[in-house]
Design a protein around this ligand. Sequence first.
Ligand code: HEM
Length: 157
Amino acid sequence: MNVPARVALVAALLPLCATQVPAAQPASAESRPVAGQSLYHRLGGYDALAAVTDDFIGRLAGDAKLKRFFVGLSDNSKGRVRQLVLDQLCFATGGPCVYIGRDMKTVHAGLHITEDDWSAASADLTATLERFKVGSREREEVFALLAKLKPDIVEGS
Ligand code: HEM
């Protein structure tokens, strides 16, 4: 392809790319797209899930009941956990990610996470989803996904 033809092709494709950029914030109940899309899309795509993950992890790490779990993790380790939680949420909600971390039972074994800890984490997640004005249908779907992980995370559940 000659140079002018290449320039014309790029110019033609650019507007298409622009429409593919995901919203930076999760979709609110008011702006929720049509039903039938994946939960990943209805939450607003990758950037929105990243913002939700950062807010949620920030709340866990600052929660008086839960912060003991994160003491001693280096910034790099915290960043790694953050990325793996995001990958897992992206994958579980139908997004284009692959989760390459360890399974939930292995990674949380020996942390002795209790029912009370789980309740505190659930309250933190509720606060995050409220902050981003995630609709009630999507909230329920997120919690249904997490409920499946609970037996592997909470000791004795
Ligand atoms: C009370 C709730 C929770 C606590 C206290 C907790 C605590 C932790 C801690 C301390 C680590 C780091 C362990 C290490 O590097 O050795 C970790 C890793 C991780 N957690 Fe949780 N967690 C909780 C809930 C969850 C939930 C709900 C998810 C799912 C979204 C999750 C997903 C992960 C992932 C993906 C990793 C990293 C896996 C890997 O390193 O391969 N955790 N968690």
